[in-house]
Design a protein around this ligand. Sequence first.
Ligand SMILES: [Zn+2]
Length: 256
Amino acid sequence: MHLVYYLFAFVFGSAIGSFLNVLIYRLPRQISIVAPHSFCPKCKKPIRWYENIPIISFAILKGRCSNCQSRISLRYPIVEAVTGLLFVYALSRYGLGYNFFFIAFFFSGLIVIAFIDFSFQVIPDLISIPGIFLGIIFQAINGNFIVGLFGMLFGGGMIYFIRVIGGKVYKKEVMGLGDVYLTAMIGAFVGFPFILPAIFIGALVGAVLGVLYIISTAQNRESPIPFGPFLSLGGMAVVIFEPYVYKLFALLGIYL
Ligand SMILES: [Zn+2]
């Protein structure tokens, strides 16, 4: 495919990333997504269109509000750049067809969920539940309805099981229902058995970073560590490294 297509995919992706930043800020604060225009979180000054160009504006403004000079979170250009790159990947992998848009939605939804769960320990159902249905539709139109259905049931079921058992053993919530829906969404999109390495990667990265976090901050084990960002990472990793996941299964004697 011509390089121009990839450039367009990056520009499109970073513009979507700019919208994802709006969702990340507004969904957990229950601010309307459409009503107020973008504003500085500090001084509330409306952000002009030319101050809202993905990545570029952040660089020109040197990461500060043009009015009150307060720092703009690095999250903004990072989400824009990462979304842009993921859209380039999706285009290279699926070409310009409906699959591109399904996977672009999958990546976008996971980015929003990861950042919101990281900061607020809540996973927006508004994304995960429609995501479950979109994942199943994505699989169905590719002739993999059962694969998607099993992935959804297995992913959601496994986390639900941990939630029930963990609740009984620890007498507190170890996994939220949000984690159940999120894993069901990832399972629907990646299918069975790919949901297994997705959960495994998420749990592994989460455990390693969790231990480092506890050691570095000397927190006790009671401090909550959200699982959503790591599950999201696992879901993305399994899609991006799919050929390697196939090889991994083959090493275990499972040929898919
Ligand atoms: Zn400001």
